[in-house]
Each structure stands twice: as C-alpha cells, then as structure tokens.
Design a protein around this ligand. Sequence first.
Ligand code: SAM
Length: 219
Amino acid sequence: MATDDRAFRKHLNRRKELVEGIRNKGIRDNRVLMAIESIPRHLFVDTALEMRAYEDTALPIGNGQTISQPYTVAAQTELLQVNKGDKILEIGTGSGYQSAILCHMGADVYSVERHDKLYQNAKQILKDLGFRANLKLGDGTLGWSAYAPYDGIVVTAGAPVVPEDLVHQLNIGGRLVVPVGNQKSQTMIRIIRVSEDQYEEEHHQNFKFVPLIGEKGWD
Ligand code: SAM
C-alpha cells in the first residue's frame, strides 16, 4: 500500500532547518532545496536512525554502504541541472533517496545498484512513496545502454577515473557528475557533452564517497 501524506508531513520542521543549513553552505538552486524539504529522508534509513535523518551527515544503510550527506546530494543535484522531463541515470541507488529527489524534480529516473538487498529495499520504498523510478541490479560502471542517451548521469560512489561508458551515454547537452580520486578523497567532476565529439570538463569541490566497484571502477 502506498505511504500516505503523513509520511511527507512528519519531521517537516526538521527538514526546513536542514534546508536552511544547506542553503547557508552555498546551494542556490531552489528546486533542489524544495526537493530536499519535501522528501522524508527518515524513511530511507533504519527506524533506529530516524532521529538522525535530518542531521547533515551520511548514515549507514547496510552492506557497508551509506546514504550520502544531504549537502552532497544537493551539490550533485545542483551540478546536474535537472529540468522537468530530463532522463537521468544514477549509478549507486543505495537507499533510493537520491532517486526520490530526482523523481520529485520531475525527472525520468533510471538507477543502477550492485547490492541486491539495497536494490530490493530501494524498489520498495520508492514504490511506497509513489515514485516511478526504473531500477536495475548490476554494474553501473558500464551505465545502462538500453535507455541511453541521458540528459544527466550522476555517480554517487567514488571512481578511480571517469568511466568512459558513462561519457558515451550522454545526450548532446547532457551532464555527467562524478566524484573521481583515490579512496580517501575525490574531486567532483562535471563533464558536459557540447557536441557529438566535444566535451567540457569542470572540477568542483572535494568529497569522500564509498568506492565505485566494478569493471570500470575499483576492483
Ligand atoms: N545515492 C545513494 C542514496 O541516495 O542513498 C547513495 C549511495 S552510496 C553513497 C553509493 C552506492 O553505490 C552504494 O549503494 C554502492 O553499493 C553503490 N555502488 C558502488 N559501485 C557500484 C556499481 N559499480 N554499480 C552500481 N552501484 C554501485
């Protein structure tokens, strides 16, 4: 049964405070801030962590993985420049929270996760909240070619290099947002496909993500 409106109203004041904190850290895209205010992050973590869900921090979700810090989700989503109707691919579904943010912003969402339990949990919670994301269990370092090209691709795990398959699955005008570095620190890179064979690359802040593991990632 779908989760009712009460889930969206619960902890609303805490979410508003979280959003103010994120705004003060430099996030300017109001559509991103509205999505963070709207999505009940506490439903994407274990009930034992409910009271910590609106701290601006990453939290464990099982399988040694985390739901990203809300500021990090906001920063990546802002760089993605999501427009309503955009087809967006996420690598690293994790809890499903980032997918929910993208769905709320009107994107057509595709997301790949390598852990079966996380994939199953995310599928259930997104369905309960009434979001129609397309989820797949597999190695996201190869992208999801069946639905390419994408207007945006966001990688929510740290890569050793930019995964080339993802670059090739971008639409012209499409944005790839990917943290690249060693396992201790990664620089957020945005690649924009400006024409069939031309790309622009920008380097943003440093972050710390769990590793992107797969054929075109870490072993
Ligand atoms: N976006 C997630 C959320 O909203 O909860 C946060 C994800 S967590 C920081 C990174 C995720 O990437 C983990 O769930 C991990 O299992 C997944 N991951 C790592 N390598 C992957 C790969 N090659 N393909 C798909 N998922 C991968």
